[in-house]
Design a protein around this ligand. Structure first.
Ligand code: FMN
Length: 345
């Protein structure tokens, strides 16, 4: 069970690594609200619908996918388990989930790709002050056959991560991108990000990669509309797992206005606090096309390597399928606002 993995990972991992994976920014109000906010959305089931057969498939970037779950990009996976990014990619491949590989991967993106053959994979890009590093990553992503470039736009520099500051957590596995740069603290690594990145830079990365671009880290509807104008293929409504600015709104709360602003012109994905299949059903009912899951996959990986990550994803897909049945909406594509309501606060 996903929650069992979470508890076991807290025991298995050393305190520094666990604090890095689990923690959020500041007082972690947003971190907690990410999970709580899905609970504030109530499902409103319909009855006497034939749900003997359910269809969990969705369309994303123009292609049919078996279900709406993607693996969110998370850094430094060899710190969680020796299977690392390759293990997560194998778990994603086994469950028909798209793996989004982080720029801060501890395994060469081409090696990760080679381990999973033709399975769907996207690449997440951080733009560093040294733009050459980012261009090297884009080149590796192209060589590795990654199908989309997810540019993270909510990280001009790192948020105030007090758990990692307190523990003094340092990496024991060098990241692929700056492995040659020697032993750096997390704060030093975070300072490598380019705080001057603006909308004017996005198109160039799209052109250099030749890949569809998805912007990750949008919360404001005006930015969502601007992303449509910028010509990207999709956006991820995300607050970076509560790790950047504390007290920002959750993906669940930001989603509705963003969906309205986008008005079906590009794909909208959402992440943050999705722990159960029914959370994903709520996201789709609120207008998302797909969802990303971060920590649940990391906890599975930490406990049992690739097999644990796979189990976490399988459970989410199973729960999503069951939700469609118990909600009286046998096709994921038919989920809409009529299946959810806000709980009175
Ligand atoms: C340990 C950890 C590392 C992360 N590293 C990255 C990263 O390298 N790039 C990125 O765009 N987002 C990163 N994120 C954010 C995730 O992609 C995602 O937005 C978030 O984890 C979703 O929330 P959840 O963990 O509650 O599912 C990271 C999150 C965690 C927990």
């Amino acid at each position: 069970m996903t929650h069992d993995f979470e508890a076991r990972a807290a025991e298995l991992l050393d305190a520094g690594a666990h604090g890095y994976f689990a923690g959020g920014a500041g007082d972690e109000l947003t971190l907690r609200d990410n999970e709580a906010s899905w609970g504030r959305v109530a499902l409103t089931p319909r009855v006497l619908v034939d749900v003997a057969h359910r269809d969990t498939s969705v369309t994303l970037l123009g292609r049919e996918r078996a279900h709406p779950f993607l693996v969110a990009p998370t850094a430094y996976q060899l710190e969680a388990h020796q299977d690392g990014e390759t293990g997560t990619a194998r778990a994603a491949a086994a469950t028909g989930s798209i793996m989004v590989l982080s720029s801060q991967t501890t395994t060469d993106p081409r090696e990760v790709a080679a381990a999973v053959g033709t399975a769907d994979r996207w690449f997440q890009l951080y733009v560093y002050r040294d733009r050459g590093l980012s261009h090297d990553l884009v080149a590796a992503a192209r060589e590795g056959g990654y199908e989309a470039l997810v540019i993270t736009v909510d990280f001009p520099f790192g948020g105030r991560r007090e758990r990692t500051e307190r523990s003094g957590f340092t990496l024991s596995h060098p990241p692929f991108v700056d492995g040659l740069a020697g032993p750096l603290s997390l704060a030093e690594r975070h300072a490598m990000h380019d705080p001057t990145l603006t909308w004017d830079d996005i198109a160039a990365f799209g052109e250099a990669s030749g890949l569809p671009v998805v912007l990750k880290g949008i919360l404001h509807p005006a930015d969502a509309a601007r992303a449509v104008d910028a010509g990207v293929a999709g956006i991820v409504v995300s607050n970076h797992g509560g790790r950047q600015l504390d007290t920002v709104l959750s993906g669940a709360d930001a989603l509705g206005p963003v969906v309205e602003a986008v008005d079906g012109r590009i794909d909208v994905l959402v992440d943050g606090g999705i722990r159960r299949g029914w959370d994903a059903a709520k996201a789709l009912a609120l207008g998302a096309d797909a969802v990303l899951v971060g920590r649940p996959v990391l906890w599975g990986l930490a406990c049992e390597g690739a097999a644990g990550a796979q189990q976490a994803l399988e459970q989410l897909v199973e729960e999503f399928d069951e939700t469609l049945g118990l909600l009286g909406c046998p096709r994921a594509r038919d989920l809409d606002g009529s299946y959810v309501t806000r709980r009175p606060s």
